[in-house]
Design a protein around this ligand. Structure first.
Ligand SMILES: [Zn+2]
Length: 199
C-alpha cells in the first residue's frame, strides 16, 4: 500500500521503545510532511550521537571526551560514588539536587536467566576504582526490581570483601517497588537519597 521507503521508516520507528505500529505510522507521516531541513536535523542528530558519544573511562557514563563532565568537575566529591544501572539513571539523581558525589554506571543488572553475570557488568571496574582510592561511601542506586536488588546485594558483598572500610548504602524505601529509577520523580528520589541506609 505504501512506498517501500515509507514502510522502511515505519519499521525503523516501530523498533523504538514504547512506539507501536500506529504511532510509528503517525511519526513517519509527520516526517514526510515537514521540511527537508527539519526532517534531516533528526537524522543528523542521531548520526552525531552515534559518532561522537562514547563511554567515560572512569565511570562509564556517556562522554564525548575521555571523561564525562561529572568526572571532569573538580567540585564533585570523589569520596562518594553512586552506582547506577544505566547512563539514563544519572539524570533523575542529578535532578534531585541531593548528590554531589560521582557515579559508576554498571551497564545493566545481574540476571542469570538472561545470561547477565557479574563479568558482563562494570563490577570489577567498580571494585578496582573503590579499593584504596579514598572512596568512603558507595551508594547503590540500582532499580527497585528483582534484578536491581540482586545486583545491590552482590555489590555489597563484593565490596565488604575487597574494600571493608567503604560504607555501602542503599537508597531508602519510598521508591516504587518494581519501578525503574528513570521514572522516579525527583522529590521521591531526593528523599530516598537523603535517607539511604547501610546495606
Ligand atoms: Zn565519568
Amino acid at each position: 500500500m505504501l512506498a517501500p521507503p515509507v514502510n522502511r521508516l515505519i519499521a525503523e520507528l516501530s523498533r523504538l521503545p514504547g512506539i507501536g505500529q500506529r504511532t510509528a505510522q503517525r511519526l513517519a507521516f509527520h516526517v514526510l510532511r515537514v521540511t527537508d531541513e527539519e526532517a534531516l536535523a533528526l537524522a543528523d542528530a542521531i548520526r552525531e550521537v552515534k559518532e561522537t558519544v562514547g563511554q567515560c573511562e572512569v565511570c562509564f557514563n556517556l562522554a564525548v571526551e575521555d571523561r564525562c563532565r561529572i568526572c571532569q568537575d573538580e567540585r564533585r566529591d570523589g569520596a562518594k560514588v553512586c552506582v547506577v544501572e544505566q547512563p539514563g539513571d544519572v539524570i533523575p539523581i542529578e535532578r534531585s539536587g541531593e548528590w554531589g558525589g560521582r557515579y559508576h554506571v554498571l551497564g545493566g543488572a545481574l540476571s542469570p536467566i538472561d545470561g547477565v553475570d557479574p563479568e558482563h557488568l562494570r563490577i570489577a571496574e567498580l571494585l578496582e576504582r573503590v579499593s584504596g582510592n579514598g572512596v568512603g561511601e558507595v551508594v547503590v542506586a540500582t532499580n527497585a526490581t528483582t534484578t536491581g536488588e540482586a545486583t545491590a546485594l552482590y555489590i555489597a558483598d563484593a565490596l565488604r570483601e575487597r574494600a571493608p572500610d567503604v560504607a555501602v548504602t542503599r537508597l531508602a524505601s519510598g521508591l516504587p517497588v518494581g519501578a525503574d529509577l528513570e521514572y522516579a520523580d525527583e522529590i521521591t528520589l531526593g528523599r530516598a537519597l537523603r535517607g539511604r541506609q547501610q546495606l
